[in-house]
Design a protein around this ligand. Structure first.
Ligand code: NI
Length: 397
């Protein structure tokens, strides 16, 4: 079936590219993907592909392609955009102010539509079931958690997803085993001091000085508490305090994020931020309240066997010269991590750079452009891992 998948994917490119440009013009952020959800559902309906709607707080869609009885594999694409004003100048640029598909999710959703169509066309040869999950709210809100909590993976044997990746040549994929992206958590520290006259600090407890000591002390988590081979990042990214140059304020608020590559390092860092902030504040006669925002994103861990399987499936499809290793995990995060906590699977990086590209705009850049030359490779990757998984091709011992 592999050669048929390649030619079928190539034949679908014009249709999928047109769909991608439509989605790009209508970017919608977390849980607001109503137009996007309707358009994807329209594509599935027009092609006769069965699907259910209303998942993950409303905008999620799951298409189900059933072949002969067998295993079930899930393929996932994210649907949401970002709060960014687009600066690409593309003819099909965003039509919505302050909204942009700057992370390629328009490409991911379009490619999964294409993969669903070609699997549907060849369903007579499919040795099991493929569930194509169109998931809202990958950015910030961890929509993937709701997919798992709603039970969409309860009868699934493996799950795969891909993400376009600047810095990787178009036509290549990169697949790793073990941790491939970090956990992501977000914190807020509120330092309560005692306000007063800027000229009379002895009568006050200055929360800005306390906050400064906390920021400095937080640097010791990575340098002095975490094993050097277990990467962690702690970044204070926002600090707000005060309102006048001659007034010591009552409070100072810091916000930031921390990333880790193992659940143990993640838990240690979470505890350490609270311990250091509260105790440093106490040492300076102030107090600090530490809040962790949301549920955070777990570490994205590719199952070893499924990572090797996906490498083998991609090698069979594209040749070994187009399948790269993941040389190191990234400190960005992905809510596909929730899927891989539930079922084995792998997250695949899809090359997106045109030839001779130097310093491509990063994901989340207002100048990021998804390269349509990756569409056929992405569709074939998704379809290949599904088809090959269902027939136990490339069995990994
Ligand atoms: Ni993304």
């Amino acid at each position: 079936m592999i050669n048929t998948l390649k030619s079928a994917a190539t034949a679908l490119v014009p249709e999928v590219q047109a769909l991608r440009h439509e989605l790009h013009q209508h970017p919608e952020i977390r849980f607001e993907e109503h137009w996007t959800s309707d358009r994807i559902a329209q594509f599935l309906t027009e092609n006769g592909i069965p699907h259910t709607r209303g998942h993950a707080k409303g905008t999620g869609i799951m298409a189900t392609i059933e072949g002969t009885p067998g295993k079930t594999v899930a393929l996932r694409a994210d649907m949401d955009a970002l709060e960014i004003e687009e600066q690409t100048g593309l003819p099909y640029a965003s039509t919505i102010p302050d909204r942009m598909h700057a992370c390629g999710h328009d490409g991911h959703s379009s490619m999964l539509c294409g993969a669903a169509k070609l699997l549907w066309q060849q369903r007579d040869q499919l040795a099991g079931t493929v569930n194509c999950i169109f998931q809202p709210a990958e950015e910030i809100a961890a929509g993937g958690r709701f997919i798992v909590e709603e039970g969409l993976l309860d009868n699934v044997d493996a799950a795969f997803a891909l993400h376009c990746w600047p810095g990787l040549p178009c036509g290549d994929v990169a697949i790793g085993t073990g941790p491939v992206m970090a956990s992501a958590d977000f914190f807020r520290i509120t330092v309560q001091g005692k306000g007063g006259h800027g000229a009379n600090p002895g009568a006050a407890i200055d929360p800005i000085v306390v906050a400064s000591h906390i920021i400095t002390a937080l640097q010791s988590i990575v340098s002095r508490e975490i094993d050097p081979w277990s990467a962690v990042v702690v970044s204070v990214t926002r600090m707000t305090a005060g309102f006048a140059s001659n007034v010591i304020p009552d409070t100072a608020v810091m916000e930031g994020t921390f990333r880790a590559l193992s659940p143990e390092s993640r838990n240690h860092t979470m505890d350490a931020i609270t311990r250091i902030a509260t105790n440093v504040a106490q040492a300076f006669r102030a107090s600090a309240q530490v809040e962790m925002e949301g549920a955070g994103y777990p570490v994205l861990i590719n199952d070893t066997a499924m990572g090797k399987f996906a490498q083998a499936a991609a090698t069979a499809a594209f040749g070994a010269e187009h399948v790269q290793p993941v040389t190191h995990p990234y400190m960005t995060a992905e809510d596909f991590a929730y899927y891989l906590q539930k079922v084995p699977g792998a997250f695949i990086f899809l090359g997106n750079d045109a030839p001779n590209t130097v310093d491509p705009p990063s994901l989340h850049s207002p100048r990021f452009i998804f390269n349509d030359d990756a569409l056929a490779v992405g569709m074939e990757t998704l379809a290949s891992v599904a088809v090959d998984f269902l027939v136990d091709r490339h069995a990994i011992s």
